[in-house]
Design a protein around this ligand. Structure first.
Ligand code: MP5
Length: 225
């Protein structure tokens, strides 16, 4: 069994909890409330914006051979932002006035801190965990969502062939890194994999709880600073 699969197996109950989240089930069944989906869209748009510097920092720390692979993915993220803008326009979701929720902010800070401060294989593990989480999550949605749904293009984006290939290529590299790492680094990679899974669950949950910060009354969407 490859190291990537070992990581997933080591967090199986959490991984299953993520894939069973009501956000995914309700979206799959065409029952998600518009505002809940819109909350996710506004926040994930900001998350994807922040994933670009994350990939850029990770690629700066990557061995020479991995660099084109990682920098190449930045173009795909720019296209993903286009997809968000296009879907938001079509469905009437205002993206421009949102700011990161507490959970989104925390997750973004976690990504950046990992890329800057941890070893390259550790940062890479977080990238893999987030991408694999989205691939598996949107594969759940694909099992039932009607192709005519306004949300279907997100299924195509994360559960389609191109993304499957990207995740498979991440997996091959992570398996190699896991094989080359010592026991302490492997333990760190497993801890980061679990933590990323927790952030992913929190992110789905946030679609229901909204973008508020504890202690600050939620207002109309604020202007982004
Ligand atoms: C991804 C995402 C997938 N868009 N949002 C969260 C909360 N987790 C993972 O990453 P990408 O960069 O959009 O493929």
């Amino acid at each position: 069994m490859g190291f990537s699969q070992e990581l997933i197996n080591s967090v199986r109950p959490l991984w299953d909890r993520m894939l069973n989240h009501r956000f995914l089930r309700e979206t799959r069944d065409g029952e998600i409330a518009f505002d809940t989906f819109a909350n996710w869209m506004r926040q994930d748009y900001l998350f994807v914006e922040a994933a670009i510097p994350f990939l850029a920092v990770l690629s700066a720390r990557a061995p020479r051979d991995d660099r084109p692979f990682l920098t190449g993915a930045i173009g795909a993220l720019e296209q993903e932002l286009d997809l968000f803008r296009e879907r938001a326009g079509a469905a009437g979701v205002e993206l421009a006035t949102s700011r990161p929720s507490l959970i989104n902010h925390g997750y973004i800070q976690f990504l950046m801190a990992t890329a800057h401060q941890r070893s390259y294989p550790e940062g890479f593990t977080v990238l893999y965990a987030a991408e694999k989480a989205y691939f598996d999550s949107w594969t759940v949605v694909r099992e039932g969502l009607d192709v005519s749904s306004p949300w279907y293009p997100f299924v195509d984006n994360w559960a389609g062939d191109a993304f499957a290939q990207w995740v498979a290529r991440l997996e091959t590299r992570l398996d190699r890194m896991g094989g080359a790492a010592g026991p302490i680094e492997r333990k760190h990679m497993a801890e980061l994999f679990e933590l990323t899974t927790r952030w992913e669950i929190a992110f789905w949950e946030m679609a229901y709880t909204g973008a508020g910060w504890p202690g600050i009354p939620e207002e109309e969407p604020e202007e982004r600073p």
